[in-house]
Design a binder for this molecule. Structure first.
Ligand code: NAD
Length: 467
């Protein structure tokens, strides 16, 4: 394994210390990784601040062209990035390839966006124009489930609009972010992008810092609350993309054989470690047994293993803390519900939990109420549609949701009633970078992706001119 460096002020540098990155498929150390000190974080912020005037003055088209170059370089490095992502995150190679390509696609989609001045009024009495300008230094703080995609969701709009950035990945998946930093070092002026790695200790430094104008955060709702509190003093701009406990409602006219594979994928892709994954399923009474049966069959046939093995369909849980958490849901599933497939961690090194299907578990159970963020799916029964909608909405979360049924219009009307930022009908997990993505309730604040997401990296200003 080669060495990795932080990127601070255009220089690839060692950390003040190191931390070990664990391969979740083996439980063993994959690589040492540089760890930044508070002084290095300060240096990164100062470098970004110094780089801001020149970068924000560059024409939009030049920044867009540089984003395209980063996208090309990312895809050009897929031979290194994809296996590295598999080894630090756990996902199978096809998932890692997807993530690298999708990250490049996100950057390209942003690079194509334009932000024109809006004419609010124009007449004999004068005109009013709304313009937008960049904010300054943006801190991008990301979690461990999609280290590259979630970073590019921030890097694309942040750079395009003229901000400079300090990127801080999760301590368990920092390596691919550092490779992206190397790419930025080759392509961008010093200080425009900086990468620092911490051991969950430098987040507050970033979120409180007077020279950080905006925090773009993706992570858990618990940490999101801390970010919001600590950035209150300087009233920072915030985007919080937080947790979810997304419900799927399967209506009585759905075909179990047709929808079960899609629901399974929506719940289990990336070993269930997706904010927008299906995390609980409500099935109409008449289809309940058939749906449970179909899902259990697919789960039992799934090949779980090291993501580097080309036969693997599902990799491990990303880290030990999360592994222990998901195991506690398995314990509950066995005692309060009926486990149809999976149910026990694999007896091998690494953090493996097979896809687990649980039926007849009460709504009050932790598995239904909380965000499991792992491959353990509870299936509940309903006989009254209003009741199903109420139960789906009975959550502090409101990220996404899905409705399944042959009558598309009826399913659409049910989708309207769900309290979430995105609801899919007869599909799931289609996160399109052209569409705004946002959480309702405690799933987040603000918008990521789409033109609305781009605007969140800017300050709007109305210029009101007399005739
Ligand atoms: P986490 O909240 O533990 O960590 C996220 C990031 O925050 C990490 O980089 C971490 O180092 C940093 N952090 C920790 N303490 C901090 C503090 N006090 N101040 C600032 N930053 C701090 O989340 P996780 O466990 O890495 O990720 C899983 C969670 O992320 C799940 O809840 C999932 O639903 C959510 N998520 C949400 C989205 C979305 O778009 N809504 C996408 C992916 C994941």
């Amino acid at each position: 394994m080669r060495t990795f460096k932080l990127l601070i002020d255009g220089q690839l540098v060692d950390g003040a210390s190191t931390l070990d990155v664990i391969n979740p498929a083996t439980g063993e150390v994959l690589s040492a990784c540089p760890r930044a000190s508070a002084a290095q974080a300060e240096k990164a912020i100062a470098a970004a601040r110094k780089a801001f005037p020149a970068w924000s003055a560059r024409p939009w088209k030049e920044r867009s062209a540089l984003l395209l170059k980063i996208a090309d370089a990312l895809e050009g490095a897929i031979g290194e990035l994809s296996p590295l992502l598999t080894q630090e995150q756990g996902k199978p190679r096809f998932g890692a390839d997807f993530e690298v390509h999708e990250s490049a696609r996100i950057l390209r989609i942003f690079a194509a966006m334009e932000m024109e001045d809006k004419v609010l009024h124009s007449g004999p009495d004068g005109r009013a124009i709304e313009t937008r300008s960049p904010l300054g230094v943006v801190a991008a703080i990301t979690p461990w489930n999609f280290p590259l995609i979630l970073l590019c969701n921030k890097l694309g709009p942040g750079l395009l609009t003229g901000n400079t950035m300090v990127l801080k990945p999760a301590p368990t998946t920092p390596l691919t972010t550092l490779v992206l930093g190397e790419i930025c070092q080759r392509l961008l002026p010093p200080g425009v992008v900086n990468t620092i790695v911490d051991q969950n200790d430098l987040g507050p430094l970033l979120t409180q810092h007077p020279d950080i104008a905006k925090v773009a955060f993706t992570g858990s709702t618990a940490t999101g609350r801390k970010v919001m509190a600590s950035s209150a003093d300087s009233l920072k701009r915030l985007t919080l993309e937080l947790g979810g406990n997304d419900a799927a409602i399967v209506l009585d006219d759905a075909d179990p054989a047709e929808v079960a594979p899609k629901i399974f994928m929506g719940a289990m892709f990336n070993s269930g470690q997706i904010c927008a994954a299906i995390k609980r399923v409500y099935v109409a009474d008449s289809l309940y047994d058939a749906m449970c049966e179909q899902l259990a069959q697919i789960a039992s046939a799934t090949v779980v293993g090291d993501g580097l093995d080309p036969n693997t369909q599902m990799g491990p849980i990303q880290n030990k803390v999360q592994f222990e958490k998901v195991k506690s849901y398995l314990d509950e599933a066995r005692t309060r519900g009926k486990v149809l497939a999976g149910g026990k961690p694999l007896e091998r090194p690494g953090y493996f939990i097979p896809p687990t299907i649980v039926r007849d578990i009460p709504d009050e159970s932790r598995l239904v109420q909380e965000e499991q963020f792992g491959p353990v799916l509870p299936i509940m029964r309903f006989s009254d549609l209003d009741d199903a909608v109420a139960r789906a909405n009975n959550s502090e979360y409101g990220l996404c949701g899905s409705v399944w049924g042959k009558d598309g219009q009826r399913a659409f009307e049910v989708a309207r009633r769900m309290h979430s930022g995105t609801v899919w009908v007869n599909k799931t997990l289609e996160i399109n970078p052209n569409y705004p993505f946002r959480g309702a309730k405690q799933s987040g604040i603000g918008t990521e992706l789409g033109l609305a997401g781009l605007e969140e990296y800017t300050q709007a200003k109305v210029i009101n001119v007399a005739a």
